[in-house]
Write a protein that binds this ligand. Sequence first.
Ligand code: ADP
Ligand code: MG
Length: 676
Amino acid sequence: MKSLTDLVSVLPGVGPKKAQYLNQLGIYDINNLLNYFPFRYENLQIKPINEIKDQEKVILKGKVALEPRLNFFGRKKNILNLRLLLDNDVVPVSFFNQPWLKKRIQIGEEILVYGKFNLVKKSLSGIKLLSRYEKFNSMQPIYSTNKNISQKEIVKLIKLAFEEYKDLIHNLVPSKIIEKYKLLNLIDVIRWMHFPRTKQETFLALRTAKFNEFFLFQMKLQSIKKLDFNHGIQIDYDEHTVKKFINHLPFQLTGSQTKVVKEILFDMHDSKQMNRLLQGDVGSGKTIVAATAIYAAITSGYQVALMVPTEVLAEQHANKLAKLFEPLGINVALLTGNTKPKPKISLLDGLVNGDIDLLIGTHALIQEKVIYNNLGLIIIDEQHRFGVNQRKQLRNKGKSPNVLSMTATPIPRTLAITAYGEMDVSIIDELPKGRMPIKTTWIRNNQFKSILPFVYERLQKHEQIYIVTPLIEDSDAVNMRNAEQIYQQFADIFQPKYKVGILHGKMKDAEKNLVMNSFKHNDFQILVSTTVIEVGVDVSNATVMIIFDAEHFGLAQLHQLRGRVGRGNNQSYCILVADPKNELGAKRMNVMVDNNNGFIISQKDLELRGPGDVIGNKQSGIPQFKVGDPVSDVIMLNIAQQEAIQIVSTKNWENIKENKELASFIQTSLSEKILD
Ligand code: ADP
Ligand code: MG
């Protein structure tokens, strides 16, 4: 029996190789193929000749005035010239390297030619001859393809799949909602996204496609929220004890910190399982907020797990929190992929029997052998670095433990609430008092030498320096050479008086730790690194951050990197070395120079994005959508969320006949880890 989940290889002409190429585009089954939407359309029109702009792609319709002439030149090159008689004009048309067209074009015949218009010469460089009988679509879909699959092939496959499978396409969105918002049926969305006849059709199809995408996303989030976050452990902490802890901190909590601590403690005490996201700029003091929640849980008799994305960060957190908690009689342990078998055995023992109160580590915390005695609170730092399923696995280590997720890449509140959907959001929006803002400058590559005296001066003051080069995807080799070149350059200048170290993604975790620790101990003064130092690393003696090729980073990431300095009492500096290719790039650099607030930077980053530019999203942890844009379509995202909440909160919604397709779709996609 046919099904939309049939693999693409069922289509004629799709062998193992072709299937593999399609997989590279994320197309595995018929459903994927039908939902592989064009990223833009070329709007083709037969236009009066005086309305055509230079280099515009158009269709001309006219009579062939002279016998077409084929000329050969160079090696294997040829050009077919003809003249097209329009109402009042004669337009020269030339086809490059399409000699076979000569036979198909007769003098006196009326033809349609698609091509690019040259206004000065009033000529057309022909791209395609549309056959006399061809019904041309004025809207030509353009798909993103790879070098192994052509536009033509994609179009052909989609056409085939649509013809074969269209009877199986049913709405997932309930018809009430379709009517309410005047949406299209799914079959029309797919038909018009791929084969539109007019601009209006593409517009309508895209509108519904976006809604569908947001709606299904929200249905998944809301289902998770309902299924997974029901009744939770009620942490009955002693208010007086927690107050005493806060009062004994070496500083006073900021207003913002106090507010979010309240929100978190309230959730922990509530019978509902906490699922809260704590957003706060780098240096806003999330750790101490987390520590307060940890203290409340542990003094109420529960264990706490703190999961972080990197080894370096895990170790750092463990050191910090052990210092804070061990004098208070709290047992802190560290578990990473590098924990040796022997200590690991006793650690796991201590965890099962409840001796260990706080376990800090990487995703090693979700290994099967790790069994907790009484897990009451989970904290996930840099939560967007973990998949939904990893987070779920950690939750399953306890009986509905409370969950606090943290992120240092702030996004605007309205967006956070809808994009994260299943979580409540707390925001720290002020920095501790007395912080000296980091001074940021932007220089061009050719000005690089001019900063060396400044670097030298900082070194003489016994301060330390970070130097970062971008990690460009798929070009690790190039990137490593860059880091190494820069390392060499600085070593030549400053050694032996000051030492230079290097850190990059190809190193083993243990090696990275070693390098980080010796930098922390000031064994060397300049650290050249790829972005592996990005998160959370804390060396308070480092005061200068130099970022090469800064235009290759997202603003959120630049802000994160910059946050590695300014952690101590000395004035800190950030130097961006960049030659941006265009005005937008220059603007982005200036945003960094002019702003120190992560929320403002992320807002500007979103404003400055080009359409469809999702790089910024990836870095900020905003979920990725195919057609919808969570920023510019935030209102629609909001509506989709409201509707999803409405459905999921209806008793037995899965069993209502009209929701059957939707319910089974959500069920499979949740079990298929699609959210990862
Ligand atoms: P982040 O939010 O980036 O994790 P941290 O928790 O590492 O920030 O805090 C940054 C630094 O600020 C730490 O050294 C911490 O001790 C300090 N800090 C946190 N809260 C306050 C406060 N209310 N007043 C002064 N210093 C604070
Ligand atoms: Mg926290």
